[in-house]
Write a protein that binds this ligand. Structure first.
Ligand SMILES: NC(=O)c1ccc[n+]([C@@H]2O[C@H](COP(=O)([O-])OP(=O)(O)OC[C@H]3O[C@@H](n4cnc5c(N)ncnc54)[C@H](OP(=O)(O)O)[C@@H]3O)[C@@H](O)[C@H]2O)c1
Length: 263
């Protein structure tokens, strides 16, 4: 029997790259997203994949995907990848989009991880990758909910890892924290890619390779790319007061509220 991987947000970007890479490695794929046509095209390309059309911000769709996960005896990898960004001051943008983001990044990750872990722990096999961001290591004006939800993902993943290690389970969890990655993300968030220096962009393929290499080594927090590893270390270890002063200076200097970790 083939091992099975379920990837959320498989209709584009990093999720589609994960799906292609995992199919090559011998996984059977379950592809989840809202755009069925995209998922079906990818399933045809992969030859053998199941498609689930679901809006993971909706309770009924989320429950349906969670039930499918819990019922899959060969599930060896869950990639909680679906996500999006919104640009704008928290108090000025409609709250509905912010709520959707929390539902997708937080509630969907929580529910699907819970649905997968029980079986994986019992079978003593499996892994979960939560696609977070380097934004998780700080706060960013104009991207408040994004940083907050991605910080939650990192904290949640590290907490689950502690539980698994404490129980002596071989099941692995990872928070993958990419920097700027070429995908449809910035089209959805309406961010002009030209405003971001060329050296900061990574290919989704390289992000996925870094994730899988990190998983093989049992790394819980994976930051792809040397530059972002340095940035993440600086963001993690800079004293809070200095980080805040720097972020505010940057916002004033660029005459906009968004700091560069708006990913
Ligand atoms: N690109 C970057 O610079 C970057 C950097 C750091 C972290 N990330 C993270 O990487 C992950 C993947 O993003 P990406 O860069 O690959 O962006 P992308 O190309 O826009 O892909 C996002 C995926 O999420 C799915 N999705 C969005 N809302 C959904 C919903 N309500 N229900 C189900 N699926 C939904 C989309 O599919 P449908 O529209 O078909 O539903 C799409 O497949 C996200 O979690 C993002 O936060 C991206």
């Amino acid at each position: 029997m083939k091992p099975v991987a379920l990837v959320t947000g498989a209709s584009a970007g990093i999720g589609a790259v994960f799906a292609r890479r995992l199919a090559k490695t011998g996984y059977g794929l379950i592809l989840v997203a809202r755009r069925r046509d995209r998922l079906e095209a990818l399933a045809r390309e992969l030859g053998d994949a199941e498609v689930i059309e679901a809006d993971l911000t909706r309770d009924d769709d989320l429950r349906r995907v969670a039930e499918r996960i819990a019922a899959e005896p060969n599930l060896e990898l869950l990639v909680n990848n679906a996500g999006f960004g919104i640009l704008g001051r928290f108090c000025e943008v409609p709250v509905e989009g912010q709520e959707q983001m929390h539902r997708l990044h937080v509630m969907a990750t929580l529910r699907l991880t819970h649905a997968a872990l029980g079986g994986m722990v019992a079978r003593k096999k499996g892994a979960i990758i939560n696609v977070s961001s380097v934004a998780a290591f700080g706060q960013s004006p104009s991207s408040v909910s994004y940083s907050a939800t991605k910080s939650w993902m990192n904290s949640f993943t590290e907490g689950v890892d502690l539980e698994l290690r404490g129980a002596g389970s071989p099941v692995k969890v990872q928070a993958l924290c990419p920097g700027f990655t070429l995908s449809e993300f910035h089209d959805v968030a309406q961010v002009d890619r030209k405003t971001i220096p060329a050296r900061l962009w990574m290919r989704a393929e390289d992000v996925v390779e870094a994730s899988l290499a990190g998983l093989a080594r049992g790394k819980v927090i994976v930051v792809p790319g040397r530059l972002y590893q340095v940035m993440a270390a600086v963001m993690r270890w800079t004293p809070k007061w200095a980080y805040r002063a720097g972020a505010q200076r940057y916002a004033r200097a660029t005459k906009r509220d968004a700091a560069p970790q708006k990913l």
